[in-house]
Design a protein around this ligand. Structure first.
Ligand code: PHE
Length: 469
């Protein structure tokens, strides 16, 4: 087997994995999920899920990767469980699907950076015109996929780690500046109140399942991204503390993104926080006009800065999404990395074409699916949203099988042994109790239930949680 390369040190791994985690999910999705789910009450639930359930899943993925030093498919084979390699295939499929639409949104973000740099504040009002301009967004998404492919082709320490070491600190500095600025705007306080004062009446089944899905997606779990990154981690590193740092960074940046976003929105709505735009609109429709109101020069600077930040966050995530199938091809078929990258990136770009076309350019793909499939009152959905919903659900499915495998097939003592490398005291630690419970009880039960709830809801239009409560 050829030299696969690896992260130079623990910090390199933490930054790369945190880069995977921090993405559109944090800056674009988290704030409006919080808005929908009852503000601070949602945040508390989200934190509980991140630390009680997601952290054990994360450690497990990293441990499987480090133990086997393989891609997600090869990892299960190397452990001697060929029949469980389907989990790895499922993960690769997930990565391919997510990257296919994620790259389209990342392309929009990058396009907005260019537009705002040229002072085009009207872009928010012309969002649908922008997304139907196929030449423009096609070019932006080719550029974005190209940048992703370039980084991945340079390998682990020279590509992925290096990019994360530049982009992550830049991102943290940029977002901190934007938060400070947004605090100075009129009505900031109304926005912060909305964000930080819990509204318990909004906590319902949907908010609970939303919090868990968001936590999974945001931490890049369930598809073997962390099995893959874990396969490049050294034996002396404490993977539990790495996982804690990765989770803290992800949660921290999502939280800070909310601190930045709500004052901006409150400024725009002059303090009225009812009827918020949600979905893509929150960023791509509302924010440009906020920047326009800030003034011509400062608005250009702040606005371009914001969308550059969003592009950076997305780039360290697309890199991890591409690395999963690339590692599979490099490991299992002995293909040179650069070749594998070109092949996979091209295929994924093609799979993403319906998502690219389905936001106005092609009528068919803009209304391609009726969701829920089997309900009496389906509503039509564009291809991209359909892909996003499907991928989200698959992650839960993947996560369920990963914990089931670790807890009952590979067995706890093997997991414990792998985690002990770099963490001599692990056997007597609280972390061990948490992780063991996570893979044997909490994870399998919660993820299975949630998977059922989501499938019934998305595909059959049956709201199980509402029926029970
Ligand atoms: N965590 C990324 C985000 O929040 C998305 C992602 C999911 C990346 C799964 C890799 C794997 O944007």
């Amino acid at each position: 087997m050829a030299n696969r390369g690896g992260f130079t040190n623990k910090l390199g791994f933490i930054l790369a994995a945190a880069g995977s985690a921090v993405g559109l999910g944090n800056i674009w999705k988290f704030p409006f999920e919080v808005g929908d789910g009852g503000g601070a009450a949602f945040v508390v639930m989200y934190l509980a899920f991140c630390f009680l359930l997601c952290l054990p899943v994360m450690v497990t993925e990293i441990a499987i990767g480090r133990k086997t030093q393989r891609n997600p498919v090869g990892a299960f084979k190397a452990l001697g469980y060929k029949n469980w390699a389907f989990i790895g295939f499922l993960g690769i499929l997930c990565g391919v699907l997510i990257l296919s639409f994620y790259n389209v949104i990342a392309g929009w973000a990058f396009g907005y950076f260019i537009e705002l740099l040229m002072g085009n504040f009207e872009i928010g009002n012309n969002f649908s015109e922008f997304t139907s301009n196929i030449l423009k967004i096609g070019l932006y998404s080719i550029l974005f996929m190209g940048a992703t492919a370039f980084i991945v082709s340079k390998g682990i320490s020279g590509g992925i780690e290096r990019a994360a070491k530049m982009l992550m600190p830049a991102l943290i500095i940029m977002i901190s500046c934007l938060v400070i600025y947004s605090f100075t705007l009129p009505h900031a306080i109304e926005g912060l109140k909305f964000y930080l004062i819990p509204d318990l009446s909004k906590i319902d089944g949907n908010a609970v399942s939303g919090a868990l899905r968001q936590a999974f997606f945001s931490l890049s779990l369930g598809m073997g991204a962390l099995i893959t990154y874990g396969s490049y981690v050294g034996k002396n590193d404490n993977i539990v503390s790495s996982a804690v740092y990765i989770t803290l960074t992800d949660v921290g940046i999502a939280f800070i993104a909310g601190l930045m976003m709500f004052p901006l929105v409150a400024f725009n709505n002059m303090g009225d926080m009812t009827n918020l735009q949600s979905g893509p609109g929150l960023i791509f429709v509302t924010l440009p006009s906020v920047f326009g109101n800030i003034g011509p020069v400062l608005g250009v600077i702040i606005g371009a800065f914001f969308f550059l930040l969003l592009s950076f966050a997305a780039l360290t995530s697309t890199v991890s999404l591409l690395e999963v199938p690339v590692a599979y091809i490099v490991d299992e078929f002995n293909v040179r990395r650069a070749r594998a990258v070109i092949l996979v990136a091209t295929i994924i770009f093609i799979i993403g074409l319906p998502s690219l076309l389905g936001n106005g350019y092609s009528d068919f793909f803009s209304n391609a699916f009726t969701i829920p499939f089997f309900s009496d009152q389906p509503s039509s959905s564009d291809f991209l949203s359909f892909m996003a919903g499907t991928a989200d659900t698959l992650l839960l499915f993947g996560g369920f099988f990963i914990v089931l495998f670790a807890g009952y097939i590979w067995k706890k003592h093997n997991l414990d042994e792998e985690i002990s490398f770099g963490y001599a005291n692990y056997k007597n630690s609280f972390a061990r109790i948490l992780i063991n419970l996570g893979v044997t009880v909490v994870g399998p039960i919660l993820l299975f239930l949630l998977f059922i709830v989501v499938v019934l809801n998305n595909f059959f239009g049956i709201d199980l949680i509402q029926k029970i409560f």
